[in-house]
Design a protein around this ligand. Sequence first.
Ligand code: SAH
Ligand code: SF4
Length: 360
Amino acid sequence: MKNNLHHSQYIGTKINLLNFNFIQMRNFFLSIGEKKFCADQMMHWIYHEYCDDFNKMTNISNILRKKLNNMCVIEAPKFIEEKRSVDGTIKWQVAVNNNLVETVYIPEKNRSTLCISSQIGCILECSFCATGQIGFKKNLNVSEIVGQIWNASKIINHNQFQKHRPITNIVLMGMGEPLLNLNNVVNSLKIILNDFGFNISKNKVTLSTSGIVPALDKLSNMIDVNLAVSLHAPNNIIRDKLMPINKKYNIQNLLHSINRYLNKSHANRGGVTIEYVMLNNINDEVVHAEELAMILKKIPSKINLIPWNCFPNSIYKSSDPIKIKKFAAILIKKGFFTVIRKNRGTDINAACGQLVGNIV
Ligand code: SAH
Ligand code: SF4
């Protein structure tokens, strides 16, 4: 078994069980001469009881507990700083090696969403995104991705002193491009969806991507979750300027790939979510709304208009709220389900595209 393990699954010389999805957990227990139901018990202790101490796992034999203490750990990355917004949003800074990533909890009326990161930084350099400006540092491994949910759930669901709405939805919309860390992201999603894991329904888990076409095609053969795509422009001329990745996978390639994903998916009942950041005088004119409606005609989609969130030294400005409403009205008139995304946690720099990992 040891030979099959990737070095990122170890902490020191010990194996971090937070890196295993359900099947891998079963294989691990079989490989150390135990029954596979031990994996079910272990998943239950980790993801339902939030227990990281083998000595407290009462239905596991003393001998096995000793063996596990010698071989394994259950270790999530540390949440080192917490910031609370006036609107209830909470942002945590998470220490991963010598870097920081960010995890954001967003309570709403009927649900609570946890926004998690998949990479430290991002290689794609979208010009309107703070994460893109810091460059790429590292892919997060599975324990570093699911560890964000594990830590946050522990704080949110099990706080006896303060009532928070339990986490109902997960979005991969924090730092990084999830499809450029495909294997770790898919294994993390398996843990999120599995009954023995976080047990969250696929309709409530959303992966947001800038549109890495070959990886999106691969994803559709690996797992089924809600898809959100950062389109942000109605044509290639504008998108090339905002998102350099468009020069490799342009809008037409991307839309075809989205359709292929939707044809296979059962999670995306209302269609794909199209994310469109509203940038003053760049992509927010009436003609752009009309062009957007035209290119999306054959794609079952819900459109999410995102007021741009500022960060230092950026050349952009957010569109005027009146212009955003007008843009939305055109899309609605053309029959598109369109919402204007509410900015949450702006006072603590927790909104979309503001996540950079710096201590602010
Ligand atoms: N890399 C993925 C997921 C992380 S970004 C992606 O690009 O989809 C999550 C969302 O925030 C994306 O739609 C992204 O385009 C958007 N975003 C980035 N910077 C932003 C900013 N400054 N203001 C508003 N939205 C932003
Ligand atoms: Fe990366 Fe997404 Fe930011 Fe683009 S918008 S730089 S893909 S995190």
